[in-house]
Each structure stands twice: as C-alpha cells, then as structure tokens.
Design a protein around this ligand. Structure first.
Ligand code: ATP
Length: 238
C-alpha cells in the first residue's frame, strides 16, 4: 500500500517474543502515527495480546526494538512506559470492583502533563459522570470499557493499547465505543487495537495489520481491508 501517514508515535521493529522455548512472535514490525487508529487482527493464539504486552513492557522475553516518540523502550519497565504516555487497557478492563467510578479514575497517578483533567474526562464521558459514585461492580461491560479508557487518558496516555474493547458487548454499545475511539483519535491520541470483530475494526481504524502465527502477513489500509473483508475472514479462519 502507498503510505502517507502522520509522524510515527510508535515504531515496532523486528520484534520477536517467546514463552520459554516457544517462539510466539517472529520479526514483527509496525508503525503508528500520531492520532492514528491501527488494528491488530488475527485468530486466537496469533500473538496479538503478546504483542500488546511486549509494547507495554509486561512481557519480558522480547527481542527487537520498540520506540515511542523516538525513545527506545525495550529496556524500560512497564511503569516507565506508562510515564512516557502509553496507556494499557486490558481485556478484563481492570476495574477495581469495590471502588467508585470517581475513585477508579483518581487512584492512579497522573504521570504525564498531557493527562486530562477530571472535568474534561466527565465532559467527554457523560455516562461516567452520571455514575461517578457507583461502585465498579454496578457498571455494565460498556461502562467498564469507557472507565478503563478514561483512566489512562487521565493518567496522560497519548497512545492507547486496547485489547478487544468490543468483546462481550452488545452491538449498540460496541457502536458507542467506536464513536469514543473516533473522538479520542480526533484529540490526537493514537490507538492500537486488538480486535477479532472485523466489522467493528473497519468502522474505527485507519489501517490494519493481520497477524498469523506470530507474523505480520498483511498490512492494509481501511479501504483495502473493507474490499477484501470476506477473503480475509476466510483466510484468518474467523
Ligand atoms: N503464559 C503463557 N505461557 C505459554 N504460552 C502462552 C502464554 N500466553 C500465551 N501463550 C501462547 O502464545 C501464543 C500467542 O498467544 P496470545 O494470547 O498472544 O494470542 P492472541 O492472538 O492474543 O490470542 P487470543 O485472542 O486467544 O488471546 C499462543 O500460542 C498461546 O498459546
């Protein structure tokens, strides 16, 4: 594909990863520009979560280079990467069940000047404002997903790593998560999204990397992705 992209925020170059002796990522390279939404698509076990964890510094058996805004990350801890502006939103969303929405938002430290103020968060996520005193357990799956995204924006993330945000959510809620991702993008925040829901991926992303058996096998802009959707679904066994 011909590429004209904003300046790179994240550059992953030649990354391989192992669990013990088992190699699960092989020579993966990808880039994300400022304010871009990029997906990692692939069947179960392709290595998507391991790649996100490797970018965040949560997986240690990694070789290759990962830079964020020009800073090499590979030898840095996960908390150091968070301080640089990378926000991790895990697939289980990681909400503290016994804390209120407001407490979930304000407990983690603001680690970067770009952190969104609480009133800006509430303006952006009115559903969280309405439920600010509710405990985490009382939130729906969609609200938990919003809270997990809001929390890292408040901390100061300029790159969000989202692991299957649409998982387990009703279609109408998936649609509103998609709208939020598009608005986050409009604020210049980059998003790397692991998705198995190809239809959803095509409504939010600028580009897509297809991962199979730990390798990038295709790199497509959204137009090509939509045109070849059924072929890709078959190829990926999805
Ligand atoms: N803790 C672990 N120990 C050993 N092998 C693991 C571990 N976690 C994942 N794997 C293996 O690594 C490979 C990649 O897994 P990963 O979870 O990254 O894939 P994925 O594409 O995110 O799949 P899924 O959508 O099922 O989470 C798989 O073969 C998986 O079995």
């Amino acid at each position: 594909m011909t590429e004209r992209r904003p300046r790179s925020t994240l550059e992953v170059t030649g990354v391989s990863a192992w669990y013990g002796e088992a190699r699960v990522l092989s020579d993966v390279s990808l880039q994300i520009g400022q304010g871009e939404v990029v997906t990692l698509v692939g069947r179960n076990g392709a290595g998507k979560t391991t790649l996100l964890r490797s970018i965040m510094g949560l997986h240690k058996q990694v070789q290759g280079s990962v830079t964020f805004e020009g800073v090499e990350l590979v030898k840095r801890s996960a908390d150091s990467r968070a301080r640089l502006g990378i926000g991790w939103v895990p697939d289980d969303r990681g909400i503290y069940a016994t804390l209120s929405v407001a407490e979930n938002l304000t407990l983690p430290p603001v680690v970067h000047d770009d952190g969104w103020a609480l009133d800006r968060i509430y303006e952006f996520f009115p559903a969280l404002y309405e439920r600010r005193d509710f405990p985490g357990t009382k939130l729906s799956g969609g609200e938990q997903q919003m809270l997990a995204m809001a929390r890292v924006l408040r901390m100061g993330a300029r790159l969000l790593l989202l692991d299957e945000p649409s998982e387990g959510l009703a279609p109408v809620i998936v649609q509103s998560i998609g709208e939020i991702i598009r608005e986050i993008k409009a604020h210049g925040v980059a998003v790397l999204l692991v998705e198995q829901n190809v239809k959803f991926a095509s409504t939010v992303a600028d580009r897509h990397y297809l991962l199979a058996q730990g390798r990038v096998v295709e790199h497509l802009d959204n137009e090509e992705f939509q045109t070849r959707e059924s072929e890709l679904l078959t190829y990926l066994g999805m």
